[in-house]
Write a protein that binds this ligand. Structure first.
Ligand code: ATP
Ligand code: MG
Length: 218
């Protein structure tokens, strides 16, 4: 990756990673015309209802998913960290690596952005990065008053603004709508139905081999 290229990443639990994540990341990479977009799986919130999988397995699936796509990469800093997965810590660690001048951009779906004001020290994010919000089927632009004001205050007029400054802008970008969620995939697997074509075959193979999400041979 060139020294001054913007660093663009997408965080998430990726439980498991699916084509909604991968296609989003690839479309952003192409739209911004940057060398790559990085996926950063987070450590799990403490509880999940379904029999899930470990953080290491979620990371392994993300690594499998990006293995044959040079424009996508995986980063293990949150999974390997002994600290909790706070976006703030990730942004600080990325900023330290990138230096003060290099553009840093966090991509998130509309559903995640709608909850941003509940994230740990979220007001500090915008000093460290840009926020690129992508549309997601089922989540219309329905921001509360505070988030609407925040969005207007930091609104970028074009993608060029994200690429030229290190941080400070918010941009909402429309993507090819893909109504895929990890929740749907976990339910399919647990109920013995196939999630094929919603995710790379390599990830589905991994789920079956490791009997994740309640997968059972029939
Ligand atoms: P879950 O159903 O377990 O919440 P998920 O499919 O929402 O899983 P996450 O790991 O929670 O996946 O999402 C990571 C990031 O990817 C979030 O910013 C989310 O908004 C975004 N995202 C997930 N699926 C899509 C999709 N189909 N289209 C656009 N963005 C998506
Ligand atoms: Mg989600």
């Amino acid at each position: 990756m060139p020294e001054n290229a913007p660093f663009v990443f997408m965080g998430g639990t990726f439980d498991p990673v699916h084509n909604g994540h991968l296609r989003t990341a690839l479309e952003i990479q192409q739209w911004l015309d940057i060398p790559e977009v990085c996926l950063i799986p987070s450590k799990m919130p403490v509880h999940r209802d379904e029999p899930g999988c470990t953080s290491e397995q979620r990371l392994a699936m993300v690594e499998l998913a990006v293995a044959d796509e040079p424009s996508l990469t995986a980063d293990d800093r949150e999974i390997l960290s002994d600290k909790p997965s706070y976006s703030l810590l990730t942004l600080e660690s990325l900023r330290q690596e990138l230096g003060a001048a290099r553009p840093l951009c966090m991509v998130m779906g509309m559903d995640a952005y709608m909850t941003l004001s509940k994230w740990h020290q979220w007001e500090r994010f915008i000093d460290l990065c840009h926020i690129l919000v992508v549309t997601r089927p089922g989540y219309p632009l329905a921001l509360d008053h505070g988030m609407r004001a925040f969005t207007e205050q930091h609104a970028a007029n074009s993608k060029a603004e994200l690429l030229s400054a290190p941080a400070g802008k918010v941009l909402i970008h429309e993507l090819t709508p893909l109504g895929i969620s990890a929740t749907q995939i976990r339910h399919l697997v647990a109920s013995g139905r196939s999630p094929r074509y919603l995710m790379p075959d390599a990830v589905w193979d991994y789920i079956q081999s490791n009997r994740l999400y309640g997968f059972q041979n029939r």
